[in-house]
Design a protein around this ligand. Structure first.
Ligand code: GLP
Length: 240
């Protein structure tokens, strides 16, 4: 595991972009899993900026995502597919035909879990981008999730709903369930970049890097992956 300490969120995002760029450029047709949440937003701005100012192209990237709420209306801005389109895919030259997001074209949830599992296991990603939940979750793999889990439906923990409520008008609007790519599929990606920023994440970062590897902190399993880069700002690293 490579750990990179940066001074602030801007430096974290530029550093994450350099790592992303290296991996994406090394593949003819890179397969990338994009995470939602505020943590990777700076990285996504860097990608968009590379497209608009340096003519960096992403039309060859095969795009996947990590998780999606269940039960939000099709046009809801909080759908993770909408978030990713608005913040990255529609702002650079990602090609519609290369984008395959969870629940985008298939409303049958059980079938969709199986479909996504088959995609990720039969043809592993070159890169999975991750954020980190304040309770140590990755994707929506909450504490207690088996390290063997594959794409599945989750009941969201109350603390996760509370911490995501900032994007909604009220806590009642936050879905109670989601689909998440499982820990086994995350671990099958060739490379992983995890970004964590801010004091809220300091405790989870400390647990991920120092506690015994077990599923009370799902992110701790990343320590046995062969190519993980963890990029932290000073606040997220403050308990190390
Ligand atoms: C959310 C998402 C995760 C994300 C995490 C952290 O619940 N399911 O994919 O990494 O929580 O989010 P943020 O980066 O906004 O703190």
């Amino acid at each position: 595991m490579k750990i990179i300490l940066t001074k602030d969120y801007d430096e974290l995002s530029r550093t994450a972009f350099k790592e992303f760029d290296k991996i994406v450029k090394s593949e003819e047709k890179p397969r990338v899993g994009f995470a939602t949440g505020s943590s990777p937003l700076g990285l996504y701005k860097e990608i968009v900026n590379n497209y608009s100012t340096n003519k960096g192209s992403y039309e060859n990237v095969d795009v996947f995502n990590l998780d999606e709420y269940i039960g939000l209306p099709e046009n809801d801005k909080n759908k993770y597919s909408a978030f990713l389109k608005n913040n990255i895919f529609n702002k650079a030259d990602f090609s519609e035909e290369n984008i395959d997001l969870i629940l985008h074209n298939n409303e049958n949830i059980e079938q969709e879990c199986k479909r996504y599992h088959d995609i990720l296991i039969n043809n592993p990603l070159n890169l999975q981008i991750l954020g980190l939940g304040a309770n140590c979750h990755i994707g929506f793999n909450e504490p207690g999730t088996s390290f063997d889990s594959v794409t599945h439906i989750v009941d969201l923990k109350e603390e996760t709903r509370q911490s995501n409520a900032r994007f909604f008008d009220s806590i009642e609007e936050v879905p109670t369930q989601a689909i998440t790519v499982g820990i086994r599929e995350i671990m099958s990606a060739e490379n992983i970049i995890l970004v964590a920023s801010g004091q809220d994440k300091a405790d989870a970062v400390h647990k991920m890097l120092n506690d015994e590897i077990n599923n009370t902190c799902p992110a701790s399993i990343l320590r046995v992956h062969k190519s993980v880069t963890v990029i932290l700002d000073e606040a997220a690293a403050s308990l190390l």
